[in-house]
Design a protein around this ligand. Structure first.
Ligand code: FPP
Length: 264
C-alpha cells in the first residue's frame, strides 16, 4: 500500500521525460509489453496523405519506442504489425506493409545487434512473402545470441488461429500417445502457443482510441493490465509509453486473489 501511495505522490513532481524515466525505474517495470499499433490510416487521412504514408510513419515510431523499452529494462516488446485479417485490405496497402520489415530492419538491424536486442516473430509464416521472411529471418539469426530486450513482431498473427493450431498440435500428441488429455492445464496449453518463452504480457497498449482486442493474444491477455489511449500510433512518443507504464504502476494486480492488506 505504502509503495502504491509513494507512486501516486511522487508522480506529481518530475515532469521532464528523463526525470520521469528515472522515476519509473524505481517501481515495477512491466516485463512484457504488447502494443496494438493502431491509427496509422487516420493519421494519414488527417494530413490528406495516402494510408501507406501513415504506416511508414508508424514504422518510424517503432524505433524510439524499442530504444526506450530497452532502456527501461523491459524484457519483451510484442508489436502487432499485421493480423491474419489484414489480408482483405487493398493489395497496394498489403504489399506496402509486407515491405516494411525489410526497410525497418535494413536501417535498424545494426543498432538492434549493438544494443543486445533479440528479434523474434510470431504468426503464420505460410502466407508471408518470401522477401519479408528473408529480412525477418536474417534479423532473428543475427540477434539470436542477444539476451536483452526481445522485440517480437506479430506478423500474420491471429489469436484464434494460434489457439486452433495449438489444439491441433496437442490432439496429434494425444493421438500419438505423447500427451494425456487428463493432464492438460494452463502451462501445458501455453507451451503449444507461440509465446511460451516470453510469458504473458503484463501491459497491453492500444493506440487510436479503439477499445477492442482485434484477435490479439486472447489467451495470453487473461490477467494483463490494459492501457487505451486516443493518441494515433505515428504520434506515440516516449512520454506516452512512460504515461502507460506510470498508469500500470498504479494498478493493483490481484490475479483473481486478494492483496494481503485487503484480507479482513
Ligand atoms: C493499424 O492501423 C496498423 C496496422 C494494420 C499496421 C501496423 C504496422 C506498423 C505500425 C508498422 C510496423 C513496423 C514494422 C517494423 C513491421 P490502421 O491502418 O488500421 O489505422 P486506422 O484504423 O486509422 O485506419
Amino acid at each position: 500500500m505504502l509503495e502504491k501511495m509513494k507512486r501516486w505522490t511522487s508522480l506529481k513532481e518530475p515532469d521532464s521525460l528523463s526525470e520521469r524515466i528515472s522515476e519509473c525505474k524505481n517501481y515495477q517495470i512491466p516485463e512484457h509489453i504488447a502494443i496494438i499499433m493502431d491509427g496509422n490510416g487516420r493519421w494519414a487521412n488527417k494530413r490528406a496523405l495516402p494510408r501507406v504514408a501513415g504506416h511508414h510513419e508508424g514504422m518510424k515510431t517503432v524505433k524510439p519506442i524499442t530504444r526506450l523499452a530497452s532502456e527501461l529494462g523491459v524484457k519483451a516488446l510484442t508489436l502487432y504489425a499485421f493480423s491474419t485479417e489484414n489480408w482483405v485490405r487493398p493489395k497496394v496497402e498489403v504489399e506496402f506493409l509486407m515491405k516494411l520489415p525489410e526497410e525497418f530492419l535494413g536501417t535498424f538491424l545494426p543498432e538492434l545487434i549493438e544494443e543486445n536486442v533479440q528479434v523474434q516473430m510470431m504468426g503464420d509464416r505460410a502466407q508471408v512473402p518470401v522477401h519479408t521472411l528473408k529480412a525477418v529471418d536474417q534479423a532473428i539469426e543475427k540477434t539470436a545470441n542477444n539476451d536483452g530486450l526481445v522485440l517480437n513482431f506479430a506478423l500474420n498473427y491471429g489469436s484464434r488461429n494460434e489457439i486452433l493450431q495449438a489444439v491441433k498440435a496437442f490432439s496429434i500428441d494425444v493421438k500419438e500417445g505423447k500427451k494425456n488429455p487428463e493432464e492438460l492445464n494452463d502451462d501445458i496449453f501455453s507451451s503449444y502457443l507461440m509465446t511460451p518463452h516470453l510469458g504473458d504480457p503484463d501491459l497491453l497498449i492500444r493506440t487510436s482510441g479503439e477499445i477492442r482486442l482485434s484477435n490479439f493474444m486472447l489467451w495470453q491477455l487473461a490477467y494483463t493490465e490494459f492501457w487505451f489511449t486516443d493518441v494515433l500510433w505515428p504520434d506515440f512518443k516516449g512520454e506516452h509509453l512512460i504515461e502507460a507504464i506510470e498508469g500500470f504502476q498504479k494498478r493493483s494486480r490481484r490475479f483473481g486473489g486478494l492483496k494481503s492488506e485487503d484480507v479482513t
